[in-house]
Design a protein around this ligand. Structure first.
Ligand SMILES: [Zn+2]
Length: 192
């Protein structure tokens, strides 16, 4: 069980070694997912497991659970025994809880490959609403499911297009173009 306190991995110095930096990123993504998703119930996010048993990536996804503020976020892998808790996540930069109630609109469920979900998590320019959409993405069998209203999807596509246009690296630009195409011609299932 990995017991962590967000305060210990905020503002890591520039010379922090790679493994510590990757762990901090992993834990901050878990906070984003847990606070973007529903409270009180454990659910399987699209976040991949960090473990590499026998040099092969564990195929598991992070199952996250958040109860009330003041209680740690709990997480565990859907496949291996990796698990932990994170405390002091409240009101951090990774806390994506809604600050106000909004009217629920009908969302569609859009099936996307895990690579597209990963590219969405790497977007640098997202606003909080879109970040919440991206970190609410669930794992389902071999793919990921994005639940979004038409308006949400339009906004997200706008961010992807903006970032693709300003991306100087050709390979990353092609990755973003592929995301753009996937979101523009989504395989939808009616959701609720
Ligand atoms: Zn695992």
């Amino acid at each position: 069980m990995l017991v962590s306190d967000l305060n210990h991995f905020l503002d890591l110095p520039q010379d922090t070694p790679g493994p510590a930096r990757r762990l901090a990123e992993h834990l901050s993504n878990i906070i984003r997912a847990a606070t973007a998703g529903d409270v009180g119930t454990a659910w399987e996010s699209a976040l991949p497991c960090r473990r590499r048993p026998a040099n092969r990536r564990c195929p598991g996804r992070m199952i996250v659970a958040r109860t009330e503020a003041g209680a740690p976020i709990r997480w565990h892998c859907s496949v291996c025994d990796d698990e932990g808790v994170i405390s002091n996540w409240e009101d951090s930069a990774f806390d994506l809880r809604r600050r106000q109630l909004i009217l629920a609109e009908a969302a569609s469920e859009i099936v996307i490959p895990h690579e597209v979900a990963a590219a969405l998590r790497d977007l640098q320019l997202l606003d909080t609403d879109c970040e919440r959409l991206v970190f609410r993405i669930r794992a389902h069998n071999d793919h990921a499911i994005l639940a979004a209203t038409d308006n949400d999807l339009d906004e997200l596509i706008g961010f992807v297009a903006a970032e693709a246009n300003s991306e100087p690296n050709r390979r990353r630009q092609q990755r973003l173009d592929a995301v753009f195409d996937t979101l523009n011609t989504p395989a939808r299932t009616p959701g609720g």
